[in-house]
Design a protein around this ligand. Structure first.
Ligand code: DC
Length: 226
């Protein structure tokens, strides 16, 4: 059986990973998989149970009651939590903190591993996350680690959230983001760092189109058949 094309896009929040991954999916006819949505969904369940985000044992107990499914819809992935489709409730600042906190727990990462690998095994896809190139898909065809300056990233995230109608302040976004990134980067398990064979791409000051063109060029050079 022909192996599917897998492209890994990792990097900190606000680096433009999801926008780039969506655009690449369209450009190359791939499925876009947002793995952060899985951690956000676990975080949502934990929070709804009234379990604190630093209650490790409580979070691990929650996993027994969580059934997560991913379906492919409109070129991307939808996530179902115990049969209910998850929407924008996982995109709030508090949901981001919960997602980052639950993602430090090895049992949570193990719980979400198979669903990610299986999706990649069955689809030509571009997957965005923190550990796709290092842990989930070490044999990905192309690995890009996308990052940008703190100011650029905070402004992008601010733009996204205010466009969705959320009442947020740029300064708060920047503080939350730098804290969360340190949390993701310095954790013991699957830290958000580039794989040794990843192409590190700093897109500070780049418009969305420029980021797409540069990444598309990296991909074409690496996989001559796309
Ligand atoms: O990509 P995102 O901002 O939606 O991710 C939310 C959190 O989930 C992020 O702070 C860290 C965690 N995460 C992870 O640990 N590994 C991934 N592959 C994706 C996300």
């Amino acid at each position: 059986m022909k192996r599917h094309i897998n492209i890994a896009i990792d990097g900190p929040s606000g680096s433009g990973k999801s926008t780039l991954a969506k655009n690449l999916a369209k450009r190359f006819g791939l499925v876009y998989i947002d793995t952060g949505a899985l951690y956000r969904t676990v975080g949502l369940y934990v929070r709804k149970q009234g379990v604190s985000s630093d209650d490790r044992e409580g979070i691990i107990r929650c996993l027994e009651k969580i059934d997560i499914k991913m379906t492919l819809e409109n070129g991307g992935n939808a996530v179902y939590l115990n049969g209910t489709k998850i929407g924008d409730e996982i995109r709030t600042p508090v949901a981001s903190v919960y997602a980052s906190d639950v993602s430090k727990i090895p049992e949570v990462r193990a719980f979400l591993l198979d669903i990610q690998r299986e999706t990649a095994r069955n689809n030509d896809c571009v997957m965005d996350g923190r550990d796709i190139g290092t842990v989930i898909l070490p044999d990905a065809d192309v690995k890009i680690f996308l990052h940008a300056s703190d100011d650029d990233r905070a402004e992008r995230r601010y733009g996204e959230l205010t466009q969705k109608g959320q009442d947020v302040k740029l300064e708060d976004i920047k503080n939350d983001m730098t804290k969360r990134d340190a949390n993701d980067r310095n954790r013991d398990i699957a830290p958000a760092v580039p794989a040794s064979d990843a192409i590190v791409f700093d897109n500070s000051g780049f418009a969305e189109e420029q980021t797409l063109e540069k990444a598309a060029e990296i991909i074409r050079k690496t996989i001559q058949t796309v």
